[in-house]
Structure formats: structure tokens, C-alpha cells
Design a protein around this ligand. Structure first.
Ligand SMILES: Cc1cc2nc3c(=O)[nH]c(=O)nc-3n(C[C@H](O)[C@H](O)[C@H](O)COP(=O)(O)OP(=O)(O)OC[C@H]3O[C@@H](n4cnc5c(N)ncnc54)[C@H](O)[C@@H]3O)c2cc1C
Length: 323
């Protein structure tokens, strides 16, 4: 591991001014379950000079419902979210996504903020000592295109990168129509990830900190659900995951939100499927059509066509579970 400086920030202002001081050469550390591995394996093309610890800032781990909104602090632990009674009953997809993330030990350390800001798990990107200088690191090639691409994108590339986004909680937050408050602005969770700059995953600036997640309270006639397919039942990233939220009017769908992850460079919202479901009853044939529409534009690589059927089946499962 290369040497770096470590700062315990006492306030958000202090953390922001440290990030500004290092001008893109420092990272935030929350639970450390992702960033420490990246530092240890010397994954970055240019080693960051500092880690700014935000766990030393008090009061950032809350979960509280206020009027029509659930507010979650960025340091709320995944394990706490998984067992939170309010989340389990009203924001089910998020509680389930947190419960299915990693292992109990990692959920006791890992935070919701860190989970949605985590880096790629592409094995070419992640190989120690920057062995593959891929597009994400300023290189010219995506090694997955011709190489081992069984876990990569089925919806094409972005700036030639085929790595998928690995977060379990991000699709749940997008389906639940969450917003993310930062030290600079409020962003729709659906707009949090970006495809313009291959060197970063979210739209956060290098001196910007995520300070709150806000989820509108679902109506009484709304249900949400999360499902994940992974090789192992625990400590495993998704091959595909899916979160759906359905609001009903009588027995018909008023509004459906669906978000898949691990199928594209950013979480993937199948808009055609969402629109098709409006005004329909959730029956086997309607969810089947919705799943077909959702995967209609898939362009699988040489070794990952199998993901299409998995994605369809998770869409159907989550939608039917909302009935
Ligand atoms: C063995 C293993 C298995 C895993 N399995 C899964 C899995 O199945 N599903 C899944 O989704 N994840 C999985 N993960 C990833 C893990 O869940 C994440 O590492 C964890 O949620 C990250 O949270 P953290 O607080 O530890 O983040 P950190 O490691 O501290 O930070 C991660 C990134 O987020 C940034 N960051 C953190 N907080 C903020 C903030 N408030 N504002 C701005 N930037 C911030 C950091 O700078 C860093 O870039 C796994 C990790 C391991 C090691």
C-alpha cells in the first residue's frame, strides 16, 4: 500500500475544505469496506494522497421519517437499514436490498452513502497494481470486450467501458424515487450516476459529499420489492438485481417503477416496461410482456447472454410480489 495522509474530520465544512485542499487527490472514507481494498490493492492509476474520515462527524447515521419523507444519514449502516421496522414495512425494497448486501460483518461496517458511491467491481479494473490500464484509468481499451465478460454489461458500453454498477441499494433507491442531498445540491437518485466522464461513476464533484438520502413516503396503495441473483447466498455481488415499486388504483397499476442493476454501466430503468404497465392489472401475462419489453434492447456480449433471462425473471418476481 502506498503511503497516504489520514484526517478525521469533525464537521462537514472541515471535510469539504480538506477535499478542496487536495484538489481531486483525496477520497472520503466512511465504513472503508470498499475504499481500503482499493488502496491496499493499489488499484488507482494515480494514487490518492489522502483519506478524509467522515465517521468522526457526529449525527450522520440517522433514519427518521418526517411528514411525507424518510430521511437517511449517509453513515446509516446497511445492517441497521436491513432491520429497521419502518423500512421493512413501508420502504421494503430498500430494507431487502440492504439485507442482501455482502455479509453481516460488511453490513455492520458499510454505510448507505458508501454503498451507492462504491467503485466498479470489474475484474480488469480491480486487479491489483493497476495491471490493466483500462478506459476507467485513462487507458484506451476495455479488456472485457474481447476477454472474460460474463459479469459485464448487457446493454452496451459507455465511453467504451462495459463494467456494470455493483450496488444493491442503488436500484432500490431509484425505484423508490429517492433524492440525494449533497454539500452542494439536491439530485434525483435516477440522475446520480453519469456516463460522460469514464474516470468517475457518479456526478459528485471531487469536493462534494453526500449528506442525506430523502425518500418520498409511499402512498397506502404502494408496495415495493427487491430481488437479487448472485452465485452465493452471502458475500456476493449481484449477477443481476432488481427493485420494483408499484402504486395501485383499485386493482390496476397507477404507476410502476422498475430498476435493474449489474446489467449496465449505471443502474438501468426499463422505461418501456414501466409505461406499458400503467393502467394494467398485474397478471402473469402483463408482467411477462413488461419483462420482454424491459430486455428488448439488450445487446449481450459473448459470454453473458444468460443474464437476460435472469433479469426478466427478477422483474416478474418483484412485480408480482407487489400485488
Ligand atoms: C467481500 C465484499 C462483498 C461485497 N458485497 C456486496 C454486495 O453484495 N452488494 C453491494 O452492493 N456491495 C457489496 N460490497 C460493497 C460494500 O457494500 C460496500 O463496500 C459498502 O457499502 C461501502 O460502504 P462503506 O461505508 O464501507 O464505503 P467506503 O469504502 O468508506 O467508501 C466507498 C466509496 O464511497 C465514497 N463515499 C463514502 N461515503 C461518502 C459520502 N457520504 N459522500 C461521498 N462519497 C462517499 C468513498 O470516497 C469511496 O469512494 C461488498 C464488499 C466486499 C468487500
Amino acid at each position: 500500500m502506498k503511503r497516504f495522509k489520514h484526517y478525521d474530520a469533525c464537521t462537514l465544512d472541515e471535510a469539504v475544505s480538506l477535499l478542496k485542499e487536495f484538489d481531486g487527490k483525496a477520497n472520503i472514507i466512511a465504513g472503508g469496506t470498499d475504499i481500503v481494498g482499493l488502496f491496499k490493492d493499489n488499484v488507482f492509476a494515480e494514487s490518492p494522497e489522502a483519506l478524509i474520515n467522515i465517521k468522526t462527524i457526529p449525527g450522520l447515521d440517522y433514519v427518521q421519517e418526517e411528514e411525507d419523507m424518510l430521511k437517511i444519514g449517509p453513515l446509516a449502516l446497511l445492517e441497521d437499514l436491513a432491520h429497521n421496522k419502518l423500512l421493512k414495512s413501508n420502504y421494503t425494497a430498500l430494507a431487502e436490498a440492504a439485507r442482501r448486501t455482502a455479509s453481516p460483518h460488511i453490513r455492520e461496517m458499510g454505510t448507505i452513502g458508501g454503498n451507492i458511491c462504491q467503485f466498479s467491481r470489474c475484474w480488469y479494473y480491480r486487479l491489483p497494481n493497476n495491471r490493466f490500464n483500462c478506459i476507467r484509468k485513462g487507458g484506451k481499451d476495455c479488456f472485457a470486450e474481447e476477454g472474460e465478460n460474463r459479469y459485464h454489461s448487457i446493454f452496451g458500453n459507455v465511453k467504451d467501458c462495459l463494467a456494470v454498477h455493483p450496488s444493491d441499494t442503488a436500484p432500490a433507491l431509484i425505484a423508490l424515487e429517492a433524492k440525494v442531498k449533497t454539500t452542494k445540491r439536491v439530485i434525483e437518485m435516477a440522475d446520480f450516476y453519469q456516463t460522460e466522464d469514464a474516470k468517475k461513476f457518479s456526478i459528485l464533484d471531487s469536493d462534494e459529499i453526500l449528506i442525506e438520502i430523502q425518500i418520498p413516503r409511499p402512498s397506502e396503495s404502494t408496495k415495493s420489492k427487491f430481488e437479487k441473483f448472485a452465485i452465493r447466498k452471502s458475500i456476493d455481488f449481484p449477477i443481476v438485481n432488481c427493485a420494483s415499486k408499484v402504486e395501485f388504483e383499485g386493482d390496476k397499476v397507477k404507476k410502476a417503477n422498475i430498476c435493474l442493476n449489474a446489467v449496465f454501466v449505471t443502474p438501468y430503468v426499463p422505461k418501456k416496461a414501466e409505461e406499458y404497465l400503467e393502467g394494467k392489472a398485474l397478471e402473469l401475462d402483463t408482467v411477462e410482456t413488461a419483462a420482454q419489453l424491459a430486455l428488448q434492447d439488450a445487446k449481450p456480449l459473448s459470454k453473458n447472454e444468460y443474464k437476460i433471462e435472469i433479469a426478466k425473471s427478477l422483474i416478474k418476481k418483484t412485480l408480482l410480489a407487489c400485488k
